[in-house]
Design a protein around this ligand. Sequence first.
Ligand code: FES
Ligand code: FE
Length: 475
Amino acid sequence: MAQDHCDCPEDPPGRPTTSTGVDYEVSDRVEQLIEQHGEMLEDGMLPVKVYNDEEIFEAELRRIFGQCWVFIGHETEIPEPGDYAQRYIGKDPFIFVRDEEEEIRVLFDSCSHHGSALCRAEQGNTSHFRCPYHGWTFKNTGDLTGVPLKHQAYQGLDAEEWGLVEAPRVENYKGMVFASIAEEGPSLEEYLGDFKWYLDVHLDVGKGGMEVIGEPHRWRADSDWKSGADNFSADSYHTAYAHRSVIEVGFAADEISGTPGQETQMHVTHADSGSTSLRLLEPEDEIYFGYPEEYVDTSNLSEAQADMAAACGAATGTIFPNLSFIHLAATNDPDEDLDGFFSLRKWQPIGPGTMEFWSWVLAPADASDEYKERAYDVAVGTFSPSGNFEQDDLAVWDGIADAAGSVFAEQQGFNMNYQMGMPGMSKASIVDDFDGPGTAWDDNLEEGTCRTFHGNWHKAMSGEDVGMSYPEDHI
Ligand code: FES
Ligand code: FE
């Protein structure tokens, strides 16, 4: 005979709310490899092995992506209440959503019942997420609002305790939303540190601020995530070689290519969590990354930042760990003038020696629709899966992952050279009166920017805070 009452406990156990904060132990081999990485970096070298190693990758997921601030998306991607998109921190799935009260949230994409993923579309608009497994339903705030057969099956369940879990820290810097899955750590502003000065030049140069156009492009490559972060951090030394053909046919100007011997002043600089290369013309040239003057507004920039924006035809940079950018005056048609676009790019770790590119195209929010379309086309023609610059890079980065995973490299202890710009190596010298923070050089024949990225990698993998002060003996 059916029971007409619930014999479940009067007071069912609640949901634990504290994180366990488990420290991740690594093998002696990996600990030694991290230590060796730090020692070698002081001499301007790197063990190639770290670019393709299963245990290093697992440690990166925990010690880097489990701790640092990671870029999630730009607020203009989800302008309306209910707008959402799938995003990842390390390999972990999250929902980037603007809730009904317009608050931006980063919700772990895992149902609080048995863990199934809720989000079945890459992006869209919804007031609720319904789990496809047993039908639990959550508001876009993450609150649990529906449990099928609740009165028969889950009478004592406290719905308030069983909402979706949020990333513990989410912050927005001028439209760029970052999250950290670590409960504690520096604020985003502290983490970005002095690099904010350079980031502001990019985020505040466009009239109305910067706006994302379309969906991010995504594609996979047999390259490690660090290859992209290293390259944009910024290895402008490669531009004149890997991208020579693109410049020769006229898709970008020689004077902003970084080719040695050009009149352009090249500065590479780094500060705290990031590093950047800047190709500067004379300020009176007023190139503003290729934007037409009517779409430029420097009123939120300092005079020095505004001068830099006026002079800059191209800039790349990386914010540790896996967000990079390129701000570029280019064209997809040699018969047309150069036009500007801004690309944010995320090097999404997939596995050791494998990553997914994510690339967002941005333009000044107050630009005309026609200009935004043009900026998007230029970005597609240069930095996208079909972009001419992009394919040059793809053609060279996978070789690094192949070498890193090879038995021969392991047996030989094969190392990479990052000594350019160290004493006795190049003519690059420090600009004492450079207006921006950090350390700036007068030439791109300098790999301190890449060493900054790898120095931050070493710090994070050793459990230290990210943020580089450049070693005196490297100057
Ligand atoms: Fe989501 Fe059961 S796993 S409702
Ligand atoms: Fe490149």
